[in-house]
Write a protein that binds this ligand. Structure first.
Ligand code: URA
Length: 433
């Protein structure tokens, strides 16, 4: 086989066989295929797309480029969740304890934040002592005993995805549905779960800017999951403004605690319960979504859910007292209020701009090797639909950086204020199963 022939084939919109796709993926991972040929291939996929069979084969080849996790020592149906990435998305911190409370084993592998989006592993590391690197044995034992454990993703999982993603980032080929779908699903399949609930974000803070595009991505990923023997459900949720009121690391942990105590914002409580109830049904704890949703809400009201988070923190070496006293979490020295320059209704808040602003304040990484400041972040005081008077506080920036004028300007401009009251935002746009 010659790479140039396969590039030409895709350039002419011809379908590639499983063997041809595997030749490209394994060849590129091993370094036999150079970046320039892989870039040309990715661009051909960007323009000509792939059919369902090709996307499933691409996913499988990426899975086979590295190790896979064997979760067979864990009793029960292992259900995983994955978010396509957003701003203020602390859903895993809420969903893990909720699912564990109803007996669903959650063996969670999560990532770190990059660019304007955050990562669950960084958020948890803002809790003093919390270990996100635990042995395979402890991981399996904790899931069997407590129904939950979380670790950072192994570097040996899907090496092809890491290499291809880095190339996509610099060749303008990130926003391609076959490439996003295979990238996300390969990581889920390699991490060994039986069922998957995907949280596909849509809006200004997400890869998919329109509901139609998000639905195509969601359907593509559900088809991949099903064709590779994993029951898969996708929930398309809103990311047209940051989720909830906190964006950052320590402040998102604080907000997750509030949600689990029953004081969460409506958008994030609804999204968390929708995803958790789908996971609970796939895991066999309930036969229908409505009962799962109602029971899980009761776990929040009774205090059981937040106690389970405390248990997760304790078993992974963190200080569980943060649950009763969130002020023990890292605190920034500087707090800057961004004030409204006019009166009116908040019509939109650009989630990506808020995410980038939080990153500039120290909460995120520009490159993979950057360190982060757990105490940095943004508190959203006003959300879409709220009325503001001139001089009202829109959001508060938390930072230890002395000059953060860029972040101040970006946050200010993220808010669009007009005379008309906007239509209410749907938190959950649709569910594909
Ligand atoms: N998240 C991923 O893991 N891969 C993509 O391509 C996009 C989002």
């Amino acid at each position: 086989m010659r790479m140039v022939d396969l590039i030409n084939k895709k350039k002419h919109a011809e379908a590639l066989s499983a063997a041809e796709i595997d030749y490209i993926i394994q060849g590129y991972t091993k370094g036999d295929i150079p970046d320039y040929q892989m870039s040309a291939f990715l661009m051909a996929v960007y323009f000509k797309g792939m059919n369902k069979e090709e996307i499933a084969n691409l996913t499988l080849s990426i899975v086979n480029s590295g190790e896979t996790v064997d979760l067979s020592m864990i009793e029960g149906i292992k259900v995983d969740k994955h978010s396509s990435g957003g701003v203020g998305d602390k859903m895993s911190l809420v969903i893990i304890p909720l699912c564990a409370c109803v007996g669903i084993p959650v063996a969670k592998m999560s990532g770190r934040g990059l660019g304007h989006t955050g990562g669950t592993i960084d958020k948890l590391e803002s809790i003093e002592g919390f270990k996100t690197e635990i042995s395979k044995e402890d991981f399996i034992n904790n899931v069997n005993r407590y129904k939950m454990a979380i670790v950072g993703q192994s570097p040996n999982l899907t090496p092809a995805d890491k290499k291809i993603y880095a190339l996509r980032d610099v060749t303008g080929t990130v926003d391609s549905i076959p490439l996003i779908a295979s990238s996300i699903m390969s990581k889920k399949i390699a991490s060994g779960c039986d069922c998957i609930v995907l949280d596909v974000k849509v809006g200004s803070g997400a890869f998919m800017k329109s509901v139609d595009e998000a639905v195509i991505l969601a359907k593509t990923m559900v088809e991949i999951g099903e064709s590779l023997g994993r029951k898969t459900v996708a929930v398309v949720t809103d990311m047209s403004q940051p989720l909830g009121h906190e964006v950052g690391n320590a402040n998102e942990v604080k907000e997750a605690i509030e949600i689990l105590k029953g004081y969460g914002a409506e958008d994030e409580t609804t999204v968390a319960l929708t995803i958790a109830s789908r996971m609970a049904v796939l895991g066999g704890a309930f036969s229908d979504y409505e009962s799962a949703y109602t029971q899980m809400r009761k776990l929040i009201e009774s205090g059981e859910a937040v106690e389970k988070l405390k248990e997760l923190i304790r078993i992974q070496g963190g200080n569980p007292e943060v649950v009763d006293n969130p002020n023990l979490l890292p605190q920034a020295r500087k707090h800057i209020e961004i004030k409204s320059l006019t009166a009116g209704y908040v019509n939109s808040i650009d989630a990506e701009d808020i995410g980038v602003s939080a990153m500039l304040l120290g909460a995120g990484r520009k490159t993979r090797d950057d360190s982060i400041d757990f105490s940095a972040g943004i508190t959203m005081i006003k959300k879409v639909g709220d009325w503001v008077d001139e001089g009202d506080t829109l959001c508060i920036l938390h930072t230890n950086i002395s000059d953060c004028r860029d972040a101040e300007e970006l946050s200010q401009n993220a808010f669009v204020i007009k005379d008309n009251k906007p239509e209410p935002i749907k938190y959950v746009h649709c569910i594909i199963d």
